[in-house]
Write a protein that binds this ligand. Structure first.
Ligand code: TUI
Length: 314
């Protein structure tokens, strides 16, 4: 057993979060990860509050353990989902892609543990002051919306800037990444891409196949021109979008190109038009496994690594 400030804070056996992946992380996946001893997280993404409410209900039917809801702050429904999680008293709220300051008081009053994703020291300090329970430091190795810094440089700087426990995210797939995160000062990890091939993850089989066949250089970042860089698999869509960014088409046309592409990947498995978000560890995902197997494999490898490291001390 690995006991850290995160296992203590949340009353969970293992300090492993499942990332809140839009269109992907539903109540079923979140419950499976929580039942495995980690923290499952339902992604609100761009969905309306009634979708999120159904998924919370689903998760509660499938687990008695704590789970979280991730609120994507650029969503047009962010206000509605923020109110919903307060009403529902979900145990944990994580946030992404923005600044959740305006919701903090409402959530704290509802007894929610708020764990924002921060991609900078300034945001870490602000969230610490506003009463977050912990922070997720997500480096640009992750899939989806990415910040400037890598996990290697972000995590220690966030750890030094806050008194709160820090969860490392971005580029973590196995026990080695877990231990490395602890060495950087983190008290736990969040993994997204590793859970894409969980048996309980109901993405299109084509999506899973693309992850299982991925190689080290298979992801790319697009979206910088519009200020929202996103890491995804290097597919036809990603290449075309990347090229369009350097062409003379208008920002509006460029924005329109991306609309509906996450759904096309997750629901339709459309390899031509879908945007398959994935992190740089995609090639390290080798097989479909249950959430329990994933969590146990990662945790099971930690103690030998830590004990092995101690033998270097003379
Ligand atoms: O949010 C994510 N990953 C995501 S969100 C998403 S949906 C989307 N689709 C298209 C464009 C943009 C988003 C897909 N993947 N990860 C957490 C994360 N949060 N990474 C970086 C940040 C972040 C960035 C800026 C957090 C706070 C922040 O603050 C900016 C500010 O307001 O100062």
């Amino acid at each position: 057993m690995i006991r850290t400030a995160i296992t203590e804070l949340l009353g969970i056996p293992h300090p492993i979060f499942q990332g809140g992946m839009a269109w992907i992380a539903d109540g079923h996946l979140a419950a499976a990860v929580s039942n495995a001893g980690g923290l499952g997280i339902i992604a609100a993404g761009n969905a309306p509050a009634d979708y999120v409410e159904r998924e919370i209900e689903q998760a509660r039917q499938e687990t008695d353990r704590p789970f979280g809801v991730n609120i994507m702050l650029m969503s047009p429904y962010a206000d509605d989902v923020a109110a919903l999680v307060a009403r529902q008293h979900v145990e944990v709220v994580t946030t992404g892609a923005g600044n959740p300051s305006k919701y903090m008081e409402q959530w704290k009053k509802a007894g929610i543990k708020v764990i924002p994703v921060v991609a900078s020291v300034a945001m870490a300090k602000l969230m610490t002051r506003l009463g977050a329970s912990a922070l997720i430091a997500e480096g640009g190795e992750s899939g989806g919306h990415v910040g400037e810094l890598t996990t290697m440089v972000l995590v220690p700087q966030i750890v030094d800037a806050t008194s709160l426990p820090v969860v490392a995210a971005g580029g973590i797939a196995d026990s080695r990444g877990f231990v490395a995160a602890l060495m950087l000062g983190a008290q736990g990890v969040q993994m997204g891409t590793r859970f894409l091939c969980a048996t309980e993850c109901s993405i299109h089989p084509v999506y899973k196949e693309k992850i299982l066949k991925a190689s080290d250089l298979c992801t790319m970042v697009t979206g910088k021109r519009l200020g929202h860089p996103v890491r995804s698999l290097r597919t036809t869509f990603a290449r075309n979008y990347g090229q369009a960014e350097y062409s003379r088409i208008s920002d509006e046309e460029l924005e329109a190109m991306a609309v509906g592409t996450l759904r096309k990947a997750v629901v339709d498995g459309d390899t031509e038009c879908g945007c398959f978000l994935a992190g740089q560890i995609a090639a390290m995902v080798r097989q479909e496994q249950s959430a329990l197997q994933i969590v146990e494999e990662v945790i099971g490898g930690v103690e030998p690594l830590l004990r092995g490291a101690a033998t270097w001390i003379e």
